[in-house]
Design a protein around this ligand. Sequence first.
Ligand SMILES: Cc1cc2nc3c(=O)[nH]c(=O)nc-3n(C[C@H](O)[C@H](O)[C@H](O)COP(=O)(O)OP(=O)(O)OC[C@H]3O[C@@H](n4cnc5c(N)ncnc54)[C@H](O)[C@@H]3O)c2cc1C
Length: 384
Amino acid sequence: MTTQMLNEEERMLQRLVRDFADRELAPRAQEVDEKEEFSWENWEGLSQLGLTGIGIDSKYGGSGGGYRQTVIAASETARGDVSASTTLIAHLSLGTSTIYRFGNEEQKQRLVPQLASGKGVAAWALTEPGGGSDAAALQTTATEKDGTYFLNGSKVFITNAEVAESIVVFATMDRSKGNKGISAFVVPKGSPGLQINPQKGKMGIRGSGTNEVIFENTPVPANNLIGEEGQGFKYAMDILDTSRIVVAAQCVGIGQAALEHSIRYAQQRETFGKPIANHQAIQFMIADMATQVHASRSITMEAATLKDENMPFHTEASMAKLLASEMCVNVSSQAIQVHGGYGYFKEAPVERLFRDARVTTIYEGTSEVQRLVIARHVLNEYSN
Ligand SMILES: Cc1cc2nc3c(=O)[nH]c(=O)nc-3n(C[C@H](O)[C@H](O)[C@H](O)COP(=O)(O)OP(=O)(O)OC[C@H]3O[C@@H](n4cnc5c(N)ncnc54)[C@H](O)[C@@H]3O)c2cc1C
């Protein structure tokens, strides 16, 4: 994040997270990637800094702030370790935010403080084996009997589920009603009939757990229904709209890290008797990378500012997610080019960044889905 865009308090937050990321996240990133395991050390660090509750009111155990602060936290975390930022985003912008924004007062008081403080991790389960983009077609069912809901079905690709205290789950109570039949529930860890199977073998963000989650007559008490029956799809779409800004911020952090590694390497690697940074071809690559990172950062901050100021932000959020995710895939690829053969080996951080970046055009709405959202808006603006 260039500091010109930030006020003094935001700059302090940026410095705080950047120092933590440089000191703790980045040095562990390679090991976390190799082990393919959730890092409790990283989680402890994030919670000690208050990042697990950023954007959440202190009344519910959070650190306060809005989307601008969340963008700074996600971006600087990703700059140090992309897996840690994925864990944070699934916990905060997806799981905890759904309870915080749509839960009733009793639920917020009972569930949010533990999550915002980082004592517990949250997960968010929408995607199913049958498809993620067409979320309204989900098949997991919820049936009410004597004041208890019973869940049956399965979810896939659920980040954090293996370590989560609370999983926000979307299930249909009436398939004939389409998306209006969907409700949202909080399923606590250890619930009967809840089975969590880690999905190993990811290309990137390997330190962030991804899981299949199965429900077999899993009972959910009535006081864990979030908001109203039949409103779950609306909550899910609202959450994805805002979380897109935070994923865009993650992408900015990836691009920034790839750029910084490339600059450092270009200044010390010599060919033909001079640093490669003195060759114009490398300078042009660095210029393109810096420009792309800056453009993505600007639109991401714009979307966050619009959201914080209660202005329409949905199109900008989709544009930010689309631009920034495609940017970080391109920029991390260019970073490998700058590093030459060394960039192709695991010892090079840019090799990991390239693998980590790849998922960002897929999760929280693929690039194709973002284009659908943007096109719908733009075409509407010019109709009549
Ligand atoms: C590492 C990882 C972590 C994840 N974490 C979570 C999580 O915590 N919680 C959660 O609920 N989900 C999570 N997901 C799921 C993710 O959001 C979905 O993978 C994503 O929404 C795409 O769904 P899909 O994989 O079923 O692809 P599909 O929906 O089957 O799409 C396949 C392809 O078809 C394209 N396509 C689909 N429909 C259209 C259309 N109408 N027009 C044009 N193109 C279209 C897509 O863009 C894509 O290219 C995660 C995924 C990954 C990989």
